[in-house]
Design a protein around this ligand. Structure first.
Ligand SMILES: [Zn+2]
Length: 164
């Protein structure tokens, strides 16, 4: 027999979470479908000699994936070329709201999604060579970000949060 008890407060907060993560997913969806970014991804695939058809599916997951050690996961891929992307925990943003500001939170979400997809695409070629994948993902991410109209200090801060 399964007996569950939930306070009203908890129910309300989880509802907020749902709308937060839905919004998050739609930002990621729109970001990854931007023509300029898609063009850039194709350039990476060509440069790395990864066949476009190796990428079967990119799934944007609504809720975070929390590993056993408590850390979140940005993305994963399998040998069938299916890539899954996960959001950062809501708590992360709540803790940094003041420090980041609304504008930068959106920039962070968009940047993290781009970096995660680039990272997982590189895994298709470099498989479990995590060091190589990280190195290249950071390099490619920086090239793309350089061409965006953002303050350098913003880019530095966000990149640091994503890659360390
Ligand atoms: Zn990896």
């Amino acid at each position: 027999m399964r007996i569950t008890a939930r306070s009203k407060k908890l129910a309300a907060s989880s509802e907020n979470n749902v709308s937060f993560y839905k919004k998050y997913a739609s930002v990621v969806f729109n970001t990854l479908r931007e023509p300029l970014f898609k063009k850039y991804l194709n350039w990476i695939l060509r440069k790395e000699g990864i066949d476009e058809h190796e990428v079967k599916d990119v799934q944007i997951r609504i809720f975070p994936f929390i590993k056993e050690n408590g850390n979140g996961l940005a993305g994963k891929c399998n040998s069938k070329g299916e890539i899954q992307l996960y959001p950062k925990k809501r708590q992360f943003f709540q803790e940094r709201m003041k420090e980041l500001g609304k504008q930068n939170i959106s920039f962070f979400i968009r940047s993290r999604a781009r970096a995660a997809l680039i990272h997982e695409l590189l895994h298709l070629k470099y498989l479990s060579n995590e060091k190589k994948v990280r190195e290249l993902a950071e390099k490619y991410f920086k090239i793309f970000t350089k061409h965006q109209h953002r303050q350098n200090s913003d880019i530095r801060n966000i990149s640091k949060m994503i890659f360390t």
